[in-house]
Design a protein around this ligand. Structure first.
Ligand SMILES: [Zn+2]
Length: 172
């Protein structure tokens, strides 16, 4: 899966044998979404874009996977911070996971990488690489117990008063 930042890198990135080594696979299929292609129209000439896209399959994610992507994003506490294009990319990656043994999203976007890691999607980064997985948890204002973002009340005391805490886990 290629997001806009990956396709802007273009040939330099797509022709790279290192990509094959990075993901450890013989055969690689490249995908992107309609929304990424729309964004690229502002960045690249038509000719360049057509050349790039000759190697990439453009698909639209199905609604079901878009909903899954949105849910996954809000569990990570990053809803509202990803663009619709990011959500499309994520949704298509989730959909492709059912078809291929390994799915990676190539992106330089740290927030998108963050969601990928928490949803079990591989990441291929070129310049910026996620070093910490940052996620949001709730901390009960009454008893101090921390719990997952998706719950509305404290599992310990049932209080609905909480504040958010950010957690970091080192990746790799
Ligand atoms: Zn509590």
């Amino acid at each position: 899966m290629l997001d806009t930042s990956a396709l802007i890198r273009g040939f330099e990135f797509l022709n790279d044998d290192a990509l094959r080594k990075t993901v450890g696979a013989e055969k690689i299929f490249l995908f992107t979404t309609e929304s990424v292609v729309r964004e690229l129209r502002y960045e690249r000439s038509k000719m360049h874009l057509n050349l790039l896209l000759s190697r990439v399959t453009v698909l639209e994610p199905r609604r079901k996977y878009l909903d899954l992507a949105k849910r996954g994003t809000s569990d990570t506490g990053l809803s509202g911070e990803l663009s619709n294009t990011d959500l499309d990319v994520l949704a298509l990656a989730l959909e492709l996971k059912g078809r291929y043994s390994q799915v990676y999203i190539a992106t330089d976007d740290i927030k998108l990488q963050n969601v990928c890691v928490s949803l079990g999607i591989g990441v291929v980064a070129f310049r910026k690489k996620l070093r910490y997985l940052i996620y949001r948890r709730k901390k009960c204002a009454f008893c101090g117990v921390e719990f997952e973002d998706k719950y509305d009340e404290c599992p310990n005391c049932g209080s609905r008063k909480f504040y958010y805490v950010k957690k970091k886990i080192r990746v790799r």
